[in-house]
Design a protein around this ligand. Structure first.
Ligand SMILES: [Zn+2]
Length: 368
């Protein structure tokens, strides 16, 4: 289900400039229509307080696929909400315990250790690929969703913690074979450790390109399944927000996220601009979304779209309501046309944050 846009007019831009220069307000977008005013997480904490989400200005919920049920779907529809499922794609601690053949292998030939709470499954292992595809089909057949958001879409690593963990993976036989057949490069016989060293010493760029193509392949597969099972539903991605240079280019180099190939496939990008977790300022959210919009040449009214997810969750520090307002508005800056927050519960448990979200979201509803 695609959503119509109102294009920011020149008049509106002038009005926006006036607001900023004369009132020093945080918002850049009071004159811009934000098509998706979302929450991430279950809507139930709001409902338990006898609040209706549409009366708070919310028009979309994004929640973990396993937490969706018929009664949530029914009430969400009654409140006019779109429902998007977050789909954990390459994270699978229990999966690798149950299916050791899909355990990612590091450059020393060892099974990788969990990267704090993340355990990346090998993305080329055929059984795992089939398992996730079947899960997605079952989900789409069960619920009339407006879209699916791929989460944990990256090679084994940890980017959500302040200190990232960026190992070199995966050198399992499936990956090395796939790399060889895709690139026509013959990796000399030897131990896994020797093969990994040879690849990184002799064909590092080809190796990293191939890793990006594996991730893009997952997105392409998912897009096809979504189109087949629920034509018109959107395919979104939650992703690391680092720019091209941060951590020595690790977003592409280690995580395998190549914006240039993904932008032709993904309907909506949701950069995870968790300023608190990443120990950055609220203003960084604005800078990042501006950078991202320019980098991908995002244009309102076309795909791909940008609907960032900002932080409200109190970790590691308290995010006060005023700071939450800043990041919510900054999240919707530049070419973004939607926004949501991590998490719904962190807003629902704090009356000031509920009021803040309501004021910002209903303000956007009135924008012409
Ligand atoms: Zn592998």
């Amino acid at each position: 289900m695609r959503i119509t846009f109102i294009v920011l007019s020149a008049t509106a831009m002038l009005f926006t400039a006036f607001v900023i220069s004369n009132k020093g307000r945080v918002g850049l977008i009071d004159a811009k229509k934000i098509e998706v005013r979302g929450i991430y997480g279950s809507p139930e904490p709001f409902w338990k307080k006898n609040l209706r989400l549409n009366e708070l200005g919310v028009n979309a919920i994004f929640m973990h696929d396993a937490s969706i049920n018929e009664s949530i779907m029914k009430r969400a529809r009654a409140e006019g909400l779109k429902v998007f499922a977050e789909f954990a794609t390459l994270n699978g601690k229990q999966y690798v315990v149950d299916h050791p053949e899909a355990w990612a292998i590091d450059k020393n030939g060892n099974k990788v250790e969990a990267a704090t709470w993340f355990m990346g499954v090998c993305p080329t292992e055929p059984g795992f690929k089939k398992h996730r595809r079947d899960q997605l089909k079952t989900l789409l057949r069960k619920y009339d969703l407006d879209g699916v958001w791929m989460d944990y879409l990256h090679w084994h690593a940890q980017f959500e913690d302040p200190e990232p963990i960026l190992p070199e993976t995966c050198f399992c036989s499936h990956c090395i074979n796939d790399f060889q057949s895709t690139t026509q490069i013959k990796v000399p016989d030897g131990s896994t450790r020797e093969k990994a060293a040879w690849i990184l010493n002799n064909h590092e760029n080809k190796w990293r390109d191939w890793r990006c193509s594996v991730i893009a392949g997952w997105v392409r597969d998912f897009k096809k399944i979504v189109n087949e099972e629920r034509p018109g539903a959107l395919l979104g991605v939650y992703h690391c927000p680092w720019d091209d240079d941060e951590f020595n280019g690790a977003r592409r180099k280690n995580l395998g996220l190549d914006y240039d190939s993904l932008k032709a496939i993904v309907d909506v990008f949701s950069p995870m601009v968790y300023h608190g977790r990443m120990r950055r300022s609220p203003e960084w959210v604005k800078k990042n979304i501006e950078w991202f919009s320019n980098r991908l040449k995002i244009k309102e009214g076309t795909f791909p779209k940008v609907w960032p997810i900002v932080q409200s969750y109190n970790d590691p520090e308290i995010i006060a309501a005023a700071e939450f307002e800043k990041v919510l508005r900054y999240g919707a800056s530049a070419q973004a046309t939607g926004v949501m927050m991590f998490t719904s519960n962190s807003v629902a448990e704090d009356d000031q944050k509920i009021e803040t979200m309501k004021r910002v979201y209903t303000g956007w509803m009135k924008a012409k």
